[in-house]
Design a binder for this molecule. Sequence first.
Ligand code: AMP
Length: 198
Amino acid sequence: MRIVLLGPPGAGKGTQATRIVDEVRVPHLSTGDMLRAAALADTEFGSEVRQTMASGQLVSDQVIVAAVMERISLPDARRGFVLDGFPRTMSQAVTFDDHLDRQGMTLDHVIELRADEEILLDRIMTRAQQARETGSAARADDNRDTLKVRLDAYNELTAPLIEYYRERSLLRSIDGLQAVDDVTADLLKVIGSGSSVA
Ligand code: AMP
């Protein structure tokens, strides 16, 4: 099962991906997590990734496409994957489609988690606050100014993918602002897995 989760920052893609991989038993591939790991390296590349992420901008299509292609070629992704955070630009989506096509693969579902921007801002500020309270490190990009840049990047570069996948009859939309369990139940209905299948 090959699934892409789309949605603005803070819509719950990471949380939901973690929950649905337990059901569909394929790896959760988060490009944000991949890049956060790359950003730890004490190299020029690591430093570039760190700066780009901290600014809220997107890293280059070339870098992320190469990383995702390599990751999905590993044996554990043979049965599929839940992609969270990729594709994020039209160029990434088209290159990804071509790649899957060449491998004789298709996506099964692209699921958009819809969410209102004001509420997202509150959610992300709460996530940062909770991280501080529990002593874990808050994400460097979870602050008001950077979030604005991340939301602008989403609206300008990623939101057009909703139409792209709708035209390919792959898109389903879910209200991402429901209770976490309800979002998961809706997701499992869409992908036809688990006890909540209608
Ligand atoms: P996320 O954890 O998905 O919110 O991603 C955090 C940051 O990683 C983003 O703000 C971007 O800087 C970078 N990033 C993650 N995925 C991508 C992608 N597909 N293309 C470009 N940049 C990305």
